[in-house]
Design a protein around this ligand. Sequence first.
Ligand code: FE2
Ligand code: FE2
Length: 311
Amino acid sequence: MSFSIERYKEESRKVDVTGIKWDEVTAHPLSKGDLFCLHYMMDIENHVPLYLSHLLVTRACMDPILTAFLACWNYEELWHGENIGRLLNLYGIEFDTQERIANVRANLGFQNSVSILSTMAGSWMLKDFSAVYLSIGAINELSTLTGYGALIRKSGHPVLKDLLGRIIKDERRHFAFYFNSSKEWLSGNAKAQKIDRWMLDRVWVPVGQGVKTQEEVDALAIYLFDDEQGEEELLELDAKIGKLPGLAGIKLMSKALYAARERVKRNPTWAWRLIENEEWAVKPPKKSPVGELTTRHSQGVEAEPVEAGTP
Ligand SMILES: [Fe+2]
Ligand SMILES: [Fe+2]
């Protein structure tokens, strides 16, 4: 698996959706589980700029190769979220994308600021912070593309398959960057390997957790991976991450699946009730209405033309 940052900078672009049969989206049904996953995935794709805001205050951003990657990566992820939203809208689920994104962010509240500050402080105290961040990046990208593959299989929806197939190609490139960079950092660096292993074993959570609740994370895991093939895919995913120096035999996504299964065993309605009750709407925040956060107080107000000139 090779990755060239120069080639990536040249070739990075928004996912090409030419030829996708958008007009056939409603011709094939999507189950409640498919829809639950699509909302989850869209929200997490759309959350990337906030995730980026956490990274840009860390020592990892002293590295110009990393910041070049992040500049392109952020743009590509934006179009993943946009296109999943488009598919949902065409399927007949109405929501305003900007409002939904603003609601997700507003609901994070104070926790978001605390998280930025602690990541920043942690990174400056920890010389090998980048090793941890890069391996988490590799796990997140690999989990994302594995999740998209599982949703293609579960849904059997041809238009969704076409869209997610194209997005998966981007996620593969993202995975290659994170995996190779993290391998480079960890190779021959016993201290970084030890810290990375310790953090992944104790602090790591599946992609999306924090923005989504434990029950929502479990619902996604159970719907997509709670069968023989799903479990196999997660074990393979862990084995791939286990190839990084110092991470042999690590159990991450499979461990998350087994923990989700345990919670469902204790309470059989756990996770499934979210899917059954179609709980994918994002509630407006109790404090700080969206208008207050975005300054968009009213609809339909003509914006004054502004001279373009600043970058
Ligand atoms: Fe993505
Ligand atoms: Fe990605």
